[in-house]
Each structure stands twice: as structure tokens, then as C-alpha cells.
Write a protein that binds this ligand. Structure first.
Ligand SMILES: [Zn+2]
Length: 436
């Protein structure tokens, strides 16, 4: 059994559904999809090192979570039902002040485990001590774009330190030489980073040919503060600093006006919709998905950190996005199931510059199998509808990333040790914070 997990080998996935048709999938031992379709089993059985019986499961591309703070999984359930500013200043920041590198390691390990269990094979992460996040991602076997959360608070001295921290992370990630892990610049937000800091991040990302990960217009207050401080709306400020590019993922985007949506579309920006976090923290406005889509922006999906969600289940996030858009904009035709699934797959992959997100021969084998013999998939009038509106991540039974089996029939090797390590780290973190 042990030799099934964690390494690239030729895999035949027999008897699955791909885009509503019965099919088999052959994965080459270089981690790419070799063939998809009916009869693939006959051609490739002899070449396969292992055969996975799909038992009629729905095969989907691995899901892509475009906005997370993975290590915050240690803060899951630590503080809920509070006003955003109180929640941050009284609960989250005091705890984060005690975070150590091992905490980031265990928190990211736990997050990766949850993502594997719920069908996510790539994520876009912004946090601190990201060398430890990279170690956890490397061990987990999934993909990640990792950025250091650059916060200069308009202080020139602090800005220099943040520039060095950003450079160091990029250098470290390059030294790992792991094709699944890449770096991005992570200017936290227009209200925590000076225009000089933003410009530095934009220029650095352009030179290094890496992505940019930023928070944009989550709350009405930050938009009003930006206008008061800079005399312009946040997206306009970011554009003047060079931040809006086709390599940029902007999270939240709740309070963009129509002109800002047009600007994001023109610049080819990816906008990450984080509906659960927005509803839980009561941002009081849903991302204008229809304006962004009509403007040509790449709209994708993210869970945000586990402290404000409180899980990393992208199936739940797709449903929440679809129903929040309908509810808030008072139009039941907005964000249909197919579009919600595209946000969680192809659009997310595009946002992170990955060749995944679609099941196509020649692309990296990031594949998940969703069980059909489950209450949530019975009856199966329309697989797309069930996937978005009826299933959650618990229906995922097998997860493959880069041609490596990471979960098979709901078994993830080493799960018990990860749960124990993360629980111990979380308990110790709270103890340290409370005794200080
Ligand atoms: Zn965030």
C-alpha cells in the first residue's frame, strides 16, 4: 500500500465520469495526463503501475484556492461572532504575536491535509515565516504559491525590512527547486502598505517574473480611508503603483465600483471571491461578480484564512459564492453552477499561472474523484448541479496532484500525526498568549 502514495508512477483510473461521459484516465509516470476517454483502459492497462477503480466517480480537476492564510488553521474556532476590528485587535493579532516557525509549519500541515481531503490541489497563500509553510507544502505534495505578507505601515525603515524579507523568501523558494512551489510578492493591502512599498513590490515582481497577491477593498471603511488619505479609490491607487497586472490576484474586491471593475478587466487581473469570510465578518457588500466578469477580469475563488471561514472546503465556497451573488444582487440567474465550478478550477489555475484546472491530455495530473454512491449525489440528474449545490468536500474520495496519489479512498498517509502535531501546537500557542 505504501508504494501507492506520494510518488509519480503510471496510474490507470478506470470507470469514472468526465464531463458527463464514461471514461478512463491514464496518468504517465512523469505526472502528466496521457489519455482520457472510453477504451483508454484497454490501451494502457499493461503500462499502469497501479489501477484505481473509480467505481463511476465524477473526475474533476483538482480545485484551486486563490486566497488563503494556511497557518491560520491553528486559530480555527478561537474567536467568532465579533466585529472585524475587535476580532483582529483583541483576538487574532495578540495570538499571532506569539506565532513561532513550528506553529506556521504545523498550521500549514493541517491546512494542506484539509485541502487534500476536500479536493484542493493548489493554493495561493500569504503569511509569515513562509519558509516553514514551504516545508509543509513540500511534504504534503500539493501545489502552492507562497508570499510573505509585506506590511510597512507607511514607515520607511520598516519598508526596507519588508523588502529584504520578500527577497529572502523568493531566494529560498527558488533554492528548493520544487516545481510545485513558487513565490509571489505579497503587499498586504493598500491600507497597510505605502505607495513606495507597493511600487517596490510591483517592480520586484516584474523583474523576478512572479505573481502578486494582495487584499483589495474588503471593507467600505478602507475605501473611504483611501479616498481621504490619497484622494483616489484603492484600485486606482494600485494601478498607479503598477500592482494591477495579469500576474496579480486581488482578494475580496467587495467594494469595487464599476469603473474599478473595468480597470481590473483591462489589466487582466484575477479577482478572488471570498464569500464565506465576507459574510461572516459582515462586509455588507458582495463582490460585483457580474461587473468584473463583463469587464473581462478573471474571477476566481478562495476561502481566506481558517479563522474567518472556518474551513478550507472549496465545494462549500463555490456554493456560497453562487448563492451569495444571487441573494445580494437579487438575481437568481447570476453565477450559475458551471461558472462557480470554473472559478474553483480553470480560473483559479489561470490566476496562479498553473497549467492545471482542466482535465486535458498533456497537462499536469491534478485530479480528484468525487464519489457518486453518496446521498448528496443521488439522484444524479445533473453532475454539475450536485457538485456545486449538493456536495461538500467530504464527497471527495481520491486526490492526485502532479501524478502522485495523496489520498486514496479517503486514506491520507500520516493523517494522525498531523492532527496530533497541529492540536499540540495550537494549544501551546494559546497557552503562551494567555500567560504573557
Ligand atoms: Zn486574507
Amino acid at each position: 500500500m505504501d508504494d501507492i502514495f506520494g510518488r509519480q508512477q503510471a496510474i490507470l483510473i478506470a470507470d469514472v465520469q468526465v464531463n458527463g461521459k464514461n471514461a478512463d484516465i491514464f496518468v504517465r509516470d512523469d505526472g502528466t495526463i496521457g489519455a482520457i476517454g472510453e477504451g483508454v483502459r484497454k490501451q494502457h492497462t499493461g503500462e499502469a503501475d497501479i489501477i484505481i477503480d473509480g467505481n463511476g466517480a465524477i473526475a474533476l480537476p483538482g480545485l484551486v484556492n486563490t486566497h488563503t492564510h494556511a497557518a491560520m488553521s491553528l486559530l480555527r474556532g478561537y474567536a467568532d461572532d465579533m466585529i472585524l476590528q475587535d476580532w483582529l485587535s483583541q483576538k487574532i493579532w495578540p495570538l499571532e504575536a506569539h506565532l513561532t516557525p513550528p506553529d506556521v509549519y504545523w498550521g500549514t500541515k493541517l491546512a494542506c491535509l484539509e485541502m487534500i481531503r476536500t479536493g484542493t490541489t493548489a493554493f495561493n497563500d500569504m503569511y509569515f515565516m513562509m519558509e516553514e509553510a514551504a516545508r509543509a507544502v513540500g511534504e504534503a505534495g500539493i501545489r502552492a504559491v507562497l508570499s510573505y505578507g509585506f506590511i510597512d505601515l507607511f514607515d520607511a525603515g520598516k519598508r526596507e525590512a519588508e523588502c529584504r524579507a520578500t527577497e529572502n523568501l523568493v531566494r529560498h523558494i527558488r533554492s528548493l527547486d520544487n516545481p510545485r512551489i513558487t513565490a509571489a510578492a505579497g503587499p498586504h493591502a493598500p491600507y497597510t502598505v505605502s505607495p513606495d512599498g507597493l511600487k517596490w513590490c510591483a517592480e520586484f515582481a516584474r523583474e523576478e517574473k512572479i505573481g502578486i497577491h494582495i487584499h483589495l477593498s474588503e471593507t467600505e471603511k478602507e475605501v473611504n480611508d483611501c479616498i481621504a488619505q490619497h484622494g483616489k479609490r484603492p484600485a486606482v491607487l494600485l494601478d498607479e503603483c503598477g500592482i494591477l497586472t495579469p500576474r496579480t490576484v486581488a482578494a475580496h474586491c467587495c467594494w469595487l465600483d464599476e469603473a474599478e471593475c473595468t480597470l481590473l478587466g483591462k489589466r487582466g487581473v484575477s479577482a478572488s471571491h471570498n464569500p464565506t469570510s465576507n459574510m461572516k465578518l459582515a462586509t455588507n457588500r458582495a463582490m460585483p461578480w457580474h461587473w468584473l466578469k463583463d469587464a473581462g477580469a478573471n474571477v476566481c475563488l478562495g476561502t481566506d484564512g481558517c479563522a474567518s471561514n472556518n474551513n478550507l472546503d472549496m465545494f462549500e465556497e463555490a456554493k456560497t459564492a453562487a448563492i451569495l451573488q444571487k441573494f445580494f444582487w437579487n438575481n437568481p440567474t447570476l453565477l450559475p453552477a458551471q461558472e462557480a465550478l470554473a472559478m474553483a478550477t480553470a480560473n483559479g489555475a489561470r490566476g496562479l499561472g498553473l497549467a492545471t484546472g482542466r482535465l486535458l491530455p498533456g497537462t499536469p495530473a491534478d485530479i480528484i474523484l468525487v464519489a457518486v454512491h453518496e446521498a448528496c449525489n443521488t439522484p444524479l440528474h445533473n453532475a454539475m448541479s450536485n457538485i456545486v449545490y449538493s456536495c461538500n468536500g467530504g464527497a471527495v474520495e481520491t486526490t492526485i496532484c502532479d501524478g502522485r496519489v495523496l489520498m486514496l479512498n479517503r486514506e491520507v498517509p500520516g493523517e494522525k500525526e498531523i492532527l496530533e502535531g497541529a492540536s499540540a501546537a495550537a494549544a501551546d500557542l494559546v497557552r503562551r498568549a494567555q500567560s504573557s
